[in-house]
Design a binder for this molecule. Sequence first.
Ligand code: GRF
Length: 201
Amino acid sequence: MLNIAVVGSGRGSNFQAILTAMQQGNVPGARICLVVSNNSGAGILEIARTNALPAVHLSQTQFPDEQAFAAGMVNLLHEHGADFIVLAGYMKRVPREVVRAFRDRMVNIHPALLPKHGGKGMYGLHVHEAVIAARERLSGATVHYVDEEYDHGRIVLQRSVPVFAEDTPETLAARVLEAEHALYPDAIRQLAALHAAEVVR
Ligand code: GRF
């Protein structure tokens, strides 16, 4: 069984999509062991509590420095038996020590077709503004492994959506988000199957 910790900062609609897919039996071999947010009022924590899942508020402000924060995060993840991390709308940089501890075992979702329109500052509506400004005909979502650089790790899976001439960043964001909600559970299903194969080997 792949124990997944979900880390996010906001409303948690991707987490909800993943959870629903799991509850429907569509992600065999994986379960949520922990939900972490840097924001105590985040919807993602609320969703976890509603579903009786461990929900923890963990923020850099609770620690003297970044190193202590990173160690606190790794400890928390280990305490809950996490062997995989799913970032779902986490608005902070993941500390390097956590990236190292979960190398090839942490993924993120980005609301564009990487390697285009990613990197520092490319979050929320900024991404969709950039896609429209570049007159792209296609956008979409990307699930990728997390490394030390923003939106940079190996791509796991992508799903595209059309960009229409009349799109605003908001209408495009809504179309991409719908694609994310199908893509992320799909990607996690594949990753869980891969993990099961690795454990058997
Ligand atoms: C999504 O658009 C995702 O691509 C980005 O942050 C947003 C999170 O939304 N990384 P939600 O909290 O899952 O609703």
